[in-house]
Ligand binder design. Sequence first.
Ligand SMILES: [Fe+2]
Ligand SMILES: [Fe+2]
Length: 358
Amino acid sequence: MVSTLPNPGSINLKPATKAVVEESILAPRFYTTDFDKTASFDLSTQAQEFEAVLTEMKTDYNRHHFVRTEAFQQSWDHIQGEERQAFLDYLERSCVSEFSGFLLFKELSRKLKGRNPVLSEAFSLMARDEARHAGFLNKAMQDFGLSLDLGKLTRNRTYTFFPIDWVIYTVYLSEKIGYWRYILIYRHLQQHPENRCYPLFHYFESWCQDENRHGDIFKVILRSQPQLWNNWASKLWSRFFLLTVFATHSLTVHERSTFYTMLGLDPTAFDADVIRETNNTAARAFPSVLDVDHPQFFPRLHRCSDRNLQIQAIERSSQPKAIKFLRKLPLMAGTLWDLVCIYCTAGRDAEALRTEVC
Ligand SMILES: [Fe+2]
Ligand SMILES: [Fe+2]
């Protein structure tokens, strides 16, 4: 449920509507998957855990949370220039990402109805949350004179097919990394309220609990399917998806460093904290995680984000395409090499760690 109070600063101004989101390798994508295989999932080995997370979801703790207060009722025109653009980019990316989750969960819920009712209900409850999140972010964008036409966006976007096993790994990670992003920003702004430049951040504490619960549902699904954690291939896939999610995060945070600096955060430290915490959390669900304490892990990742910034600078230049390509080639090769080196570094056996803890 999202309700809106009129904004006196822009009450007569209709926000520009945007239906096309810039496509890039880092942009959030829209996914579709193998619904028949998902419908056949047997959750019986995790029945108790699933019941517990479903009860939590049905309780709907955030039913009245996403209500815009008077704090939004002012003009935000004092945020200008590079900072305004960085803030809008953040809102847009977050909104698309939440909306992409909504569409996938909604479709899964619809396709599984009558075939796997329990799972269908879980996806429906997650879609409910993601719709609220996307709607709330879209309202925030309107405060800055822009809004996303989510209907048009749905029709215009291309959907990428992902096998359900990949969906489970990646959505689990994106929910947990989302949790850490939101909670670390919230905690930082609790300590530095002078940097809380917009009321949206007040909502992050309860908001991130939604993402945490979504992650828990995916953890239960993952653990109910032995092929996703009890063989060597699952260990390789786990580390592969951790690396892709972390590399995307690192590149994105450094691309949008102005936004984090605006909040008084050091982008590099924030990036490392989010990755470290998400990797630790993933060790509770995945069979193997990355060795983020390896002395070369973060230096390699940061070299990749530095190269990404150089690639973007080349892209913006007015040189001929062929010259741009030749200049980008060694940078892309260097990034690929660093990522392969990280991937080939021995991971941490999370199954063994879990047994030790127990
Ligand atoms: Fe969300
Ligand atoms: Fe979520």
